[in-house]
Each structure stands twice: as C-alpha cells, then as structure tokens.
Design a protein around this ligand. Structure first.
Ligand SMILES: [Zn+2]
Length: 171
C-alpha cells in the first residue's frame, strides 16, 4: 500500500486502498494542535486563499504530547493544480494561524486522499517533459500528489466532529 512520502510515518490507513487514514504521531499520540493557512468560512472550514498574487492553502499538525510539527498538506506541494498550474505558492510557516473553536483546541485528524491510478500518473506526470525538467517525479511520488483532499477534525475536548475542515478538489 502506498503512502504519501511526507506522511510515511504518521498516516495510518483505515481502508483497504489506503486513501482514508488517521494521523498518529510517531510517539503514538493522536491529539494535535492545528495550524492552517486559508480563508476561514462557515466558522470551521478553510478555502484556498490568495497570497502574493498566487494561491495557498496549508495545514500543519503539532503533536500535543511531544511537540513534533508535521506538514500534512500544502496546496503548492501536494495539490495537482497547485503544483503544475503555476498558481500555487508554498506559504511560510509564520503565516499559519492556530485553529481553535469555541470548544476545542486539540484535535484528532482524519485525511481522505485521492490521487491518480498508475497509468494516469505515468502519462500525466512522469512522462511529461516540461514537468520533469522541473520536478523529477517518479512513480513513488504518486501518492503524494492529490486530485482531492479532505481533512476532518474531531475536537478532543467536546467530541464535536468538524467535517470538511478542508474539502478541496485539486485537479
Ligand atoms: Zn508526538
């Protein structure tokens, strides 16, 4: 089963294809502070936001136990359009805000990933000269470049599920 490279040690699949998963810190903890860049709407959801004439969206999770800070998703690095469309910009860490709600500041994290089948990834990425001149992707990168991302949070203080904290079509 393939996992995104940057989530290799913390993405624990919960379905057979490995596209649904939970985030578990290398220390075993499942409670995280969430940091994000994006346009907040409906109180608890984030959309892609303009940044320096381009567009960014990013989510980091900081372990409540050991403090390890993980990048979960960056539109410019893991979004198909963000990577190849020229509109994505990686947002510096200091631009991210803490995500808190009235009830919660620690969260369990679920992610749902969609990415290309092998043949499609080969045709649309690995075998495309202008992409490879810049990126040098291999088939091992297939699980790291997403066409859709959903991140769902569960508040650990209140038990509230914040559905679609991120729900973004990326291709
Ligand atoms: Zn930890």
């Amino acid at each position: 089963m393939m996992k995104p490279r940057h989530l290799e040690t913390i993405f624990v699949p919960t379905d057979e294809k490995g596209m649904d998963g939970e985030i578990v810190c290398e220390c075993g903890c499942r409670a995280f502070q969430i940091r994000y860049f994006g346009e907040l709407y409906d109180k608890n959801k984030i959309a892609i936001k303009k940044y320096r004439n381009k567009f960014g969206q990013a989510v980091r999770a900081v372990c409540a136990d050991c403090g390890t800070d993980y990048l979960l998703y960056d539109f410019a690095q893991h979004g198909y359009d963000g990577l190849f469309g020229g509109d994505g910009i990686a947002v510096p860490g200091q631009m991210l805000d803490d995500f808190t709600t009235e009830a919660d500041n620690l969260f369990a994290v679920k992610m749902l990933l969609e990415y290309d089948e092998e043949e499609q990834f080969l045709e649309e990425v690995v075998n495309v000269d202008f992409i490879q001149q810049e990126f040098h992707f291999t088939m091992a990168d297939r699980a790291s470049i997403w066409s859709w991302i959903v991140i769902e949070l569960k508040g650990l203080q209140s038990g509230t599920v914040y559905k679609d904290f991120v729900n973004e079509e990326l291709a």
